[in-house]
Design a protein around this ligand. Structure first.
Ligand code: C5P
Length: 397
């Protein structure tokens, strides 16, 4: 049973922490709650005591027998320390190593993984000093569960709302990326393609490559040998990944097909152009007429070509949709003969292209799974786990 030590600091989102306790207990975890002085202004310790089934800890020096578990014992007891909501003040204290109350002292004493779910007014979140503290905490090994954007209790709109309890719970309880792809060769495509019109112009799309690069990193961490075929992006290649850099859809096709026969799994995360100019002019096109026409021709579907090989690897596609997400994703799964497809919305306020976060609806022939909105790094870890699970199922039947 996982021991979760939940630190609640003083923000309006403290009421959401009550729901967190309920969700953790539903998952079979034991929860102990520590509250700061100001958290108790927002919600009563009694609520957490009732929900957790344990006494709530509020003071650093407390001789009360019921609460007598010292900060050191509490820190030792925890498998995970989660601070939710984490106010700007609590984050600052943790980043500087101050220990003037029970929660900040526990943070210093904790040797287990630490997660923080910040919650604050959007201006406070964007303040340089807050962002510096967040960067420092990340550098110290703390996992930050990013706040979400939306209407705030103060009446403003922006980034700073604590992530939803279900998101926090899923992220915290996600299995660590075990070596689930050990010994496998995984081929991943990422980023956009560029289809030239002339020597200086091209047609491209909004893909940043972040999802594909996060997948490459997660696959390496899961023990795979990874080849990453990447369109033009401004991202550093993850360590231990063989990167093949390409520009056009045709080049990506060649690079992927050169590796597809020998890989065990292909994840097509690239946003490949569907059409490419029929001719790329050798010289810069000059402006004369008031209107002009570009004739485009369909590119080769790389994903379908990989899945259509005589003995194809386990093939995973992506579907970025602005509408009818499930219908289009299921259609691609079947028409391209894929093993799995990960679909996401694009053109919405949150997630999609060039965003740090995303949510996925993953489909395979006999089922589906929702991966809620989270950082692409964590999302990639979860998708890799799911790919490994379905790969193993396919190869044992
Ligand atoms: O059909 P659609 O382009 O929406 O399918 C998206 C999926 O197909 C992605 O996995 C993408 O990498 C792949 N694709 C491809 N070659 C193309 C177009 C898309 O591999 N020419």
């Amino acid at each position: 049973m996982k021991h979760i030590l939940l630190g609640v600091s003083g923000g309006i989102a403290a009421y959401k922490a009550a729901e967190l306790v309920r969700l953790f207990r539903k998952q079979g975890c034991e929860v102990r709650v520590v509250m700061t002085e100001s958290a108790m202004q927002f919600i009563s310790p009694l609520t957490f005591q009732a929900l957790s089934g344990n006494p709530v800890h509020t003071e650093l020096l407390n001789a009360d027998a019921e609460n007598a578990m010292s900060h050191i014992n509490l820190a030792r007891w925890a498998d995970v320390l989660l601070i939710a909501p984490a106010t700007a003040n609590t984050l600052a204290k943790c980043s500087y190593g101050l220990a003037d109350d029970l929660l900040s002292t526990l943070y210093l004493a904790a040797q287990c993984p630490v997660y923080v779910a910040p919650a604050m007014n959007q201006a406070m979140w964007h303040k340089t000093v807050t962002q510096d503290n967040i960067a420092k905490l990340k550098a110290h090994g703390v996992t930050v569960i990013n706040p979400e954007s939306g209407e705030q209790a103060c009446g403003e709109t922006g980034l700073g709302r604590m992530a939803e309890p279900a998101t926090i719970c899923q992220q915290l309880l996600a299995e660590p990326v075990v070596r689930c792809l050990q010994g496998l060769h995984v081929l991943i495509s990422a980023g956009p393609t560029r289809e030239p019109l002339d020597p200086v112009r091209y047609i491209t799309n909004r893909s940043s490559g972040k999802m594909g690069y996060a997948l490459a990193k997660a696959a390496v961490n899961a023990g795979a040998q990874v080849t990453l075929v990447s369109g033009s992006v401004s991202l550093a290649a993850p360590d231990s990944v063989d990167v093949v850099r390409v520009e056009t859809a045709a080049e990506m096709y060649e690079a992927v097909m050169a590796n597809a026969q020998s890989c065990d799994m292909y994840i097509g995360a690239a946003a490949v152009a569907d059409y490419s100019p029929i001719v790329a002019e050798a010289q810069k096109i000059k402006k004369h007429a008031s209107q002009t026409t570009i004739i485009l021709q369909k590119t080769q579907d790389i994903l379908a070509a990989v899945a259509g090989l005589a003995s194809p690897p386990f093939t995973v596609g992506f579907a970025a949709e602005t509408h009818n997400l499930e219908v289009y994703a299921q259609k691609k799964l079947h028409e391209k003969h894929l093993d799995m497809i990960a679909a996401n919305w694009v053109g919405r306020e949150k997630g999609g292209f060039d965003s740090e976060q995303n949510a996925l609806q993953v489909f395979w022939k006999t089922g589906q799974k929702t991966l809620v909105m989270m950082d692409k790094i964590q999302l990639a870890e979860q998708l890799v786990l799911l790919c490994a699970e379905k790969f193993n199922e396919k190869n044992t039947t």
